[in-house]
Ligand binder design. Structure first.
Ligand code: SF4
Length: 469
């Protein structure tokens, strides 16, 4: 599948006709939704924690410069080196320069969407540094040469049967069976020595703690510790919005993130990195570099997109999105798929390039409902559509239809009359079959399924009837 957001429609069409992808998506999104619902039901403080998280993020974003400077001072105090990057190229140049200065030939890397966002895998390849992905799902997609299709479960598009086949073809000592535990063992055998031999360990961060200068990374496999401890140098690449004021604030997010992301109370490993190895420490890197990346984030401050900077990358919005669940992450052609990606991609590329993404949404509101920091994703997607319309990026026919709808909506009596006539026409078109096979000038609606004939009367008429009863 070609990776570009402007190919969304083409990619979605191909994804919809792939039965294996459908199986993989149904299995994993279904499991994640069930687990999240259960763990939230068992967490009576959820609503209060969600409200607190929203307030903490908003406060931090209002005072972003203050907390970032506090973080920098404390990280420097703990012996780390802090770098600032305004663009992806600046960020990758910093990482590559560090690798060159160290004479590094291999780098182990913990899964990091920020790394994907700035194009770090490609930059390391150009610099001749061999990258070894250490997260199990990232290891799978590296072997398959696929981009990630989900921000938490990057190999969500693969069934475990496909993974077994891949490991048989690529692992030196593959598993004898297709059982998941045997596949995990096979990956462990493949990766263990590479952890120990790497020159550089690269990680992302889930949170940065301003008042201690700590970098927090959470994993379920322990690969963050194994990636960052044996090599001489640890490099962190992280977006500036990951900052929180203090350790107490971070714990609010730690409780929410695991629940929203994987339906667990807490992740298996939560590591707080506080600078490089100190005198007397048994192990740890000798150098620690933290690269703080902007990449359009400061442009979002103060505008309608600012709440997007609250995002803690849990992936719950995509697990609950009917569009993502049907087409998967690759169809979006961008690093960030699903509802949050449909907001972020137009910012990070352009509204022209990613114009289909804000429209790949039914505005059903589930994404905001499950978002642990209450990001108004549907409102933002709607606002992006308005901007498309204002900049004349919306296709001609859609513009005419929207203008007509707007004109009608401003005249309630005429609107009601038009809606009534529309319902009548569709009922006649269905001609007692109860289904509509084809709608003139709107073939896209009926190409893959029949439309049910409308109920008797418009919504307003039915509502009025119901109220009278
Ligand atoms: S927008 Fe909300 S639900 Fe989606 S990944 Fe970000 S924090 Fe999670």
């Amino acid at each position: 599948m070609k990776q570009s957001p402007h190919l969304f429609k083409e990619n979605a069409k191909r994804a919809l006709s792939d039965p294996t992808l459908k199986t993989a998506l149904r299995r994993t999104t279904g499991l994640l939704r069930r687990r999240r619902a259960q763990v939230i039901a068992d967490y009576p403080e959820y609503a209060a924690a969600r409200e607190a998280a929203e307030k903490i993020k908003d406060h931090t974003l209002e005072n972003l410069a203050h907390y970032l400077e506090m973080f920098e001072a404390n990280a420097l105090g703990s012996g780390a080196q802090v770098h600032w990057a305004a663009t992806p190229d600046q960020a990758t140049d910093i990482v590559v320069d560090i690798c060159k200065a160290e004479g590094a030939r291999t780098a182990t890397r913990v899964k990091s969407m920020l790394g994907e966002e700035i194009g770090l895998p490609e930059a390391l390849a150009r610099a001749g540094v061999k990258r070894i992905e250490t997260d199990l799902a990232e290891h799978i997609i590296q072997l398959a040469d696929d981009p990630p299709s989900h921000i938490v479960m990057p190999a969500m598009h693969k069934t475990h049967e496909q993974v077994a086949e891949l490991f048989r073809a690529k692992h030196a000592d593959p598993a004898a069976t297709d059982h998941i535990a045997a596949l995990v063992e096979s990956a462990r055998r493949e990766l263990r020595q590479k952890f120990l031999d790497a020159d550089i360990g690269i990680s992302g961060a889930n949170f940065l703690i301003a008042d201690t200068g700590s970098v927090v990374a959470i994993t379920n496999e322990g690969d963050a510790e194994l990636t960052t401890t044996p090599p001489k140098t640890h490099i962190v690449t992280v977006g500036i919005e990951k900052i929180v004021p203090s350790m107490a604030h971070a714990t609010v997010f730690l409780r929410l993130l695991a629940r929203a992301a994987i339906g667990a109370e807490i992740t298996q490993y939560t590591t707080f990195f506080n600078g490089p190895k100190r005198q007397g420490d048994a192990d740890g890197p000798e150098n620690m570099h933290i690269v703080l990346v902007d990449n359009h984030r400061t442009e979002m401050l103060g505008g309608f997109l600012q709440p997007m900077l609250r995002c803690i990358r849990c992936g719950a919005c995509m697990n609950h999105c009917p569009v993502y669940s049907a087409v998967g992450g690759h169809a979006y052609g961008a690093v960030y798929p699903g509802p949050m990606g449909s907001v972020l991609t137009p910012v990070m590329s352009s509204l022209q390039e990613a114009g289909d993404l804000p429209n790949a949404c039914t505005l059903n509101g589930r994404c905001q409902e499950v978002c642990p920091v209450n990001i108004p994703l549907p409102d933002m997607l709607r606002s992006l559509r308005v901007r498309q319309f204002d900049r004349k990026l919306t296709p001609g026919m859609a513009r005419i239809a929207l203008k007509l709808w707007g004109w009608l909506a401003a005249r309630p009596r005429l609107y009601r009359l038009g809606a009534g006539a529309g319902v009548l026409a569709l009922r006649l078109w269905a001609r007692g079959r109860g289904r509509i096979r084809r709608v003139p000038h709107a073939a896209g609606w009926t190409r893959h399924r029949d439309l049910p004939a409308p109920e008797k009367g418009t919504f307003m008429q039915q509502y009025a009837r119901k109220k009278r009863r």
